[in-house]
Design a protein. Structure first.
Ligand code: PHE
Length: 486
């Protein structure tokens, strides 16, 4: 069977890396990572997160890029093609559908957070962040959210900008924006880390991030770390798979994956090193929740020389980082509508934008008019985040690795990944055994169905993976192929 011809390709050799890094590096690194690390108590969470990136995030990202490139299309179309090529069931398309839905749901709350970053860029300038205590800055943040017009206006602006860039097409908009944004953001973060170093809270912040306390490993925290690994690498949400579908043949999937994952992790750790020292130096609690960076960083900017200029630049960079991520969340849907129904990218963006505006409105109202509506203790904004990060993305991840590990014809992934034999064997081992078992264990643990003490659990997991690997290799040819009807 001949391979699908690509319709769109990245323009430059760096196009994919830039765009995928632009997608991965976003509010997840600068806003979410610090605040959930604060909520789950620091070092142990950071370690779990790093382990999830290494053991699950990287193999899953390689898989998604390879499937995207092989199938050359939106998640649904790409999966449909690779499955067809392998003679498997078209039901696998549902995995692509769920990923697209997850990307869309994330965008619905992401525009609100990105709106905060945009608003704070302006607030840095107009003096509304002149308050000199964390409490007062917390008040500014709350007042901003209490006003639906203000909060909504910024979020709608972000949504419209995102749709506009996506409508214009892949290459120019996305590639150009990330080319200078990424280095700029890294420099800004280094400056902030430098400031944090002098703030008097550096060692407290450093310890919080990197000192390991086994008692903080809980099922809930593990699920959060796993979900965040997916979120921060833009996995199981259609973004990376669709970007992968524009990757020219001949570029190394593994190398690009490592570059993106390393950049993403560095930005998150730098953000943590910039933020926690300031928090501890000012007697603020690290578990302040989603407002954490908006209440702490302006204080640092006020105290440093040229602080206003740095502050404006910083929030502007965060806004752009958020935009390059937001674009990738809806790219899959636009690519799908474009391919499936033949509508122009512009119309596809307009149609998805209409739905986006309605649903994200509910997320904006969660902070003011609808703040009393909290079914099962979560408002609408929290529900979107919770459902996608904790459930949809890890589940999507399991199915993607099962698809690649068991259902696809083995030469497909081998060709696309084009790795030395040992590296390929390692990838295969990870997607067949380690990733599915780890994700399942984390799920079962979070549901309270698996309980073991924090240290012994690693023996259990290693044992389960080993046993499954042996059994799987012995039985696989017969059982799995029989199930797949081949
Ligand atoms: N990775 C992005 C971030 O860290 C969020 C994202 C999730 C982007 C899913 C695309 C798809 O901010």
């Amino acid at each position: 069977m001949t391979r699908e011809k690509p319709k769109n390709l990245w323009l430059s050799r760096w196009g994919f890396i830039l765009a995928a890094t632009g997608s991965a590096v976003g509010l997840g690194n600068i806003w979410k990572f610090p605040y959930i690390t604060g909520e789950y108590g620091g070092g142990a969470f950071v370690l779990m997160y790093l382990a999830c990136i290494l053991a699950i995030g990287i193999p899953v990202m390689m898989t998604e890029i390879a499937i995207g490139r092989r199938g050359r299309g939106s998640p649904i179309d790409a999966i449909s093609r690779v499955v067809k090529e392998s003679g498997g069931s078209q039901l696998w398309k549902a995995v692509g559908g769920m990923a697209m839905l997850a990307g869309f749901m994330i965008l619905c709350f992401y525009v609100v957070v990105a709106g905060w970053a945009f608003a704070y860029t302006v607030k840095m300038l107009d003096g509304s962040l002149a308050a000199t205590s964390v409490e007062a800055l917390g008040g500014v943040f709350e007042a901003h959210n209490a006003n639906p017009w203000q909060l909504g206006g910024w979020s709608v602006l972000v949504a419209l900008l995102t749709l506009w860039i996506v409508a214009k097409g892949v290459q120019k908009g996305i590639e150009n924006a990330v080319r200078w944004m990424m280095p700029g953001l890294a420099v800004m973060l280094l400056i902030l880390v430098g400031y944090a170093f002098t703030s008097g809270g550096f060692s407290a912040g450093f310890d919080f991030l990197f000192s390991f306390d086994a008692s903080k490993i809980t099922g809930e925290a593990l699920l959060a770390a796993l979900g965040h690994a997916f979120f921060t690498l833009s996995l199981a949400s259609g973004a990376i798979l669709t970007y992968g579908s524009y990757l020219p043949d001949g570029q190394s999937v593994a190398r690009t994956t490592f570059v993106v994952a390393i950049c993403d992790t560095c930005v998150a750790l730098l953000a943590g090193l910039a933020i926690f020292p300031i928090i501890f130096a000012n007697g603020m609690s690290p578990s302040a929740g989603p407002g954490l960076i908006f209440m702490s960083l302006p204080l640092a900017f006020q105290q440093m020389p040229f602080g206003t200029a740095f502050g404006v630049l910083f929030f502007a960079m965060v806004s752009i980082a958020a935009l390059t991520s937001a674009i990738s969340m809806i790219e899959a849907t636009v690519a799908y509508l474009n391919e499936k129904y033949g509508v122009s990218r512009f119309k596809a963006a307009a149609a998805s934008g209409a739905v986006l505006l309605v649903i994200s409105l509910l997320a904006m109202l969660s902070f003011n008019l609808m703040s009393g509506w909290t079914p099962m203790g979560k408002n609408f904004f929290d529900w979107l985040d919770y459902l996608t990060s904790r459930w949809m993305m890890p589940l999507g991840g399991i199915f993607i690795v099962l698809l690649a590990g068991y259902s696809l014809r083995s030469d497909i992934m081998r060709d696309e990944l084009n790795l030395p034999p040992l590296a390929y064997a390692l990838w295969l081992f990870m997607v067949r055994y380690v990733c599915p078992v780890l994700i399942m264990v984390v799920f079962l643990h979070a549901l309270g169905w698996l309980m073991f003490d924090p240290v012994a659990q690693w023996y259990w997991i290693a044992g389960a993976v080993g046993l499954l690997a042996v059994l799987g290799e012995l039985l696989r040819p017969r059982v799995v192929l029989a199930l797949a009807g081949r």
